[in-house]
Ligand binder design. Structure first.
Ligand code: SF4
Length: 436
């Protein structure tokens, strides 16, 4: 039996696809590329933008063309939020929402073996409180770096974001299960783990109602406690953090962080806008002044730190003046890299019905301004290392990353470097990479 899996969207989806793929493999399935003939096609969908929806639909349709007798299964966020849209697509045999996704192997395997031809739609209400849903297995992939999922869900309800409706409230994974998975990854030779989740800063806040702690809602065991434990696991050399909510960065947090030698000096702090009025409409819970203080705290305490961020342009009501405030703020902070997103209307979110939606061409112009800025910042940040010794963890015989996430390319590939941390001296910066 052959299975092909296509993953759209974020690192959490990638992690979940890896676990699902391993489960198929462990049960005798051969995993093939998505454009090859397979008995089952699994599409792990994304709904974070309208583009994610569109791409999910296209790929679902394409699968049935490759093998008209295959089982086509849509799982994940788009299936959770818009199962009615997917039900209308004839080519889809199985639709599984966020909770049912962890049972993908079981359901698809049964469907194939029983030669079932009835559509299956399972998408339970995600908004109720529930414990973390463990997947069956480890998310091992062939890389030197592996994502590790520590929580699911988000309860911040930023006004533009569909994720809380797709992923539900915060559910944190038990520290023991996380540590065990990390130890298994170490056995497989993984050197770097990426702490992944929908809102990792909320890690632990649900332990009270999920009966892991009797303490009231007070972050008794939170992200920093988990990081301290993971830092002690032998064999792991780097711990990289996924996107952080700026307000988790307090003085106490940073002091504890500086003691963790394996945590990479790279932090992704989602800013979204550098204008207080826009931030308020976005329902983000910090001001630009607070953000600036947080950046100062990190830069004063962590050497050669790379700060990266996400910015949304063209949020409803974003005037020229508001956008210019963002530009000025970004110039001041000078992130080493920015991911720029054009606001995408998501049905069911407050921002979708806000007045003064910004025309697409203005979003495009604003996006181009910030893309130019980030290209310049990336170049400056990386170029400071030309002629200086840096440590690189090589993913293959010619590519690797520094702890502060600069991509390094070897002109002459070296097999002996794979999965090793090697000291090198870059000679130049070219096409967004340092060249050795
Ligand atoms: S913090 Fe805001 S943007 Fe991030 S997942 Fe939660 S609601 Fe969405």
């Amino acid at each position: 039996m052959k299975v092909a899996i296509y993953t759209l969207g974020c690192k959490v989806n990638q992690y979940e696809s890896n676990v699902i793929q391993n489960e198929f493999e462990n049960n005798g399935y051969e995993v093939v590329n998505f454009d090859e003939f397979a008995d089952a096609y699994i599409i792990n969908t994304c709904t974070v933008t309208a583009m994610g929806d569109k791409k999910s639909r296209q790929i679902l349709r394409r699968a049935k063309q490759i093998n008209p007798n295959s089982c086509v299964c849509a799982i994940g966020c788009y299936a959770q939020v818009s199962k009615e849209d997917l039900e209308k697509i004839e080519e889809i045999d199985i639709i599984l929402g966020t909770i049912e996704k962890s049972k993908t192997f079981e359901i698809v395997d049964k469907y194939i073996k029983e030669n079932n031809h009835n559509k299956i739609v399972m998408s339970e209400n995600i908004m109720k409180l529930m414990p973390y849903c463990e997947y069956n297995g480890v998310a091992y992939s062939e890389h030197v770096r592996a994502e590790i999922k520590i929580q699911d869900g988000c309860d911040r309800f930023c006004s533009y974001c569909i994720i809380p409706y797709a992923r539900g409230p915060v559910r944190s994974r038990k520290p023991e299960d996380i540590k065990n998975e990390v130890k298994l990854l170490v056995e497989k030779g993984i050197k770097e783990i990426v702490i992944t989740g929908i809102h990792i800063s909320s890690y632990g806040k649900d332990f009270k109602y999920n009966k892991l702690s009797d303490e009231p809602y007070d972050y008794k065991y939170g992200l920093i406690d988990l990081l301290e434990e993971l830092n002690n696991i032998e064999g792991i050399e780097r711990i990289r953090l996924g996107s952080l909510e700026p307000r988790i960065i307090t003085e106490k947090f940073v002091i504890r962080l500086t003691k963790l030698n394996k945590v990479c000096n790279h932090f992704h702090l989602s800013l979204q806008s550098g204008c207080d009025e826009t931030l308020a409409r976005m329902n983000r819970k910090y001001s630009t002044t607070e953000f600036k203080e947080i950046v100062k705290l990190i830069r004063n305490n962590i050497k050669e730190v790379a700060l990266t961020t996400d910015v949304i342009v063209g949020f409803p009501g974003e005037t020229e003046e508001e956008f210019n405030k963002t530009v000025e703020f970004l110039k001041e902070i000078k992130f080493s890299k920015m991911h720029v997103f054009k606001y995408s209307k998501r049905k069911g979110t407050p921002a979708a019905t806000m007045p003064n939606q910004v025309p697409e061409e203005i979003k495009e112009q604003r996006s181009n301004i910030l893309l130019e800025m980030t290209a310049q910042n990336e170049k400056e940040f990386a170029s400071q290392y030309i002629g200086h010794e840096i440590e690189v963890l090589f993913e293959n015989d010619h590519e690797g990353h520094t702890s502060n996430y600069i991509k390094v390319i070897l002109k002459e590939p070296n097999e002996g470097y794979i999965n090793q941390i090697i000291k090198v001296i870059p000679q130049k910066y070219e096409e967004e990479n340092l060249i050795v």
